[in-house]
Design a protein around this ligand. Structure first.
Ligand SMILES: *Cc1c(COP(=O)(O)O)cnc(C)c1O
Length: 385
């Protein structure tokens, strides 16, 4: 009995789509596009550069940006670091105030905390009880000296959506810049950077069927003069991010984004139906509640709270691959910072779990998940860890 558990953790990462793998392997071998994209004196380099630029256009197309506004990075973590530190570093004069929230990904929270320790004033926004950062909360936090606001498009733990259009408008009126971590948004919701008042946006490949270790940062016109490189050496990527471009990774990200663009509507529709079934099945069980706003969300990610002492995601791990940020030993110190910020007690945060659906999720996975959780709730004895 060595069968793997049912995978419902697509928000953590996704497998690489077979069609993406096919595109990637064409960049590796001696028959392939293995040249250095920066070698401009021969065909090997030129072919690799063409592959990289095609991928850039594919990513740009999904998010409504111009290709030359995208900088390749090693992933959304690096994109967040580059955006936030890169703007902070060129802060001049009085404008140094930063705004972010307590429900951001650690790649934003830890970066902003670092700057706070270095002397930047920071406002940490709390979500409402549904896990939303309301535009009104941003309005109240904006100051004359606000330099940068950093908020995520889709929350990775809850699946909730931030009203970036409304927030961006207010941020612009204050003359500040807006950075958006869209690692969980791309391929799940429509993004049109030509229309959105957003100055910097972070993307990753491995959340939407591309490879790990590759991402991009969108740098809009207003941010461009103020963004300081964080990795130096060679002046690649218009000087914003040096290092030999990883052609196979970049081609993989481009292929993944092109597939997402072609299939997003159909895929979101299919996942919505499965997600509704999962939500309805789980909410019928005793003591199960949905965390996060029931409407303002993507269907891909559900977060539930199970009000039964001793219940936690770890106890399901042989049958279901789902996610919980609570520590296995039930210490409340390991509970999700997002759920705590929403006002859940440490006990309820610790007995919450995230189920996330994706391209390969089938109806049988949904049935399994409901059955496994139902069995735990109906069993008289609870597993304590
Ligand atoms: C996964 C994720 C990241 C980190 O992306 P990497 O490409 O793994 O570095 C950042 N932000 C959010 C919201 C994520 O979900």
């Amino acid at each position: 009995m060595s069968t793997l558990p049912c995978y419902l953790d697509y928000a953590a990462t996704t497998p690489v789509d077979d069609r993406v793998i096919q595109a990637m392997v064409t960049c590796l071998g001696r028959e392939g596009t293995f040249g250095n994209p920066a070698s401009n004196s021969h065909a090997y380099g030129n072919l690799a550069r063409q592959a990289v630029e095609l991928a850039r256009r594919q990513v740009a197309e999904l998010v409504g940006a111009s290709a030359d506004s995208l900088i390749w990075t090693s992933g959304a973590t690096e994109s967040n670091n580059l955006a936030i530190k890169g703007i902070a570093q060129s802060a001049q004069g009085a404008r140094r105030h930063l705004i972010t929230s307590r429900i951001e990904h650690k790649a934003v929270i830890d970066t902003v905390r670092q700057l706070e320790q270095a002397g930047f004033p920071v406002t940490w926004l709390d979500p409402d009880s549904d896990g939303l950062i309301q535009p009104e909360a941003v309005r109240q936090a904006l100051r004359d000296d606000t330099l940068l606001v950093s908020l995520m498009l889709v929350n990775n733990e809850l699946g909730t959506l931030t009203d970036i259009a409304a927030i961006g408008k207010m941020v612009r009126e204050h003359g500040a810049l807006l950075h958006v971590d869209a690692a969980q948004g791309a391929g799940k919701v429509a993004i049109d950077l030509n229309a959105l008042p957003v100055d910097l946006m972070s993307f990753s490949a491995h959340k939407i069927y591309g490879p790990k270790g590759i991402g991009a940062l969108y740098v809009g016109e207003r941010a461009r003069p103020w963004l300081a490189a964080q990795i130096h050496g060679g002046g690649h990527e218009q000087g914003f991010r040096s290092g030999t471009l990883a052609t196979h990774q970049i081609v993989g990200m481009g292929a993944a984004y092109a597939l997402a663009a072609a299939e997003i509507e159909e895929e979101v529709q299919r996942i919505s139906l499965l997600s509704d079934q999962l939500r309805d099945g789980l909410l019928q069980l005793p003591g199960v509640l949905l965390n996060g706003d029931p409407q303002q969300r993507v269907p891909h990610t559900l977060n539930i709270c199970v009000d039964k002492p001793g219940f936690n995601a770890m106890s399901l791990s042989s049958e279901l691959a789902v996610s919980s940020t609570s520590a296995c030993n039930s210490a409340s110190s390991g509970a999700s910072h997002v759920l705590l910020a929403m006002g859940l007690t440490p006990a309820l945060a610790g007995s919450s779990l995230r189920l996330s659906l994706g391209r390969y999720t089938q109806a049988t996975d949904i049935e399994t998940a409901i059955a496994v959780i139902a069995a735990r709730l109906h069993s008289p004895s609870t597993t304590f860890w």
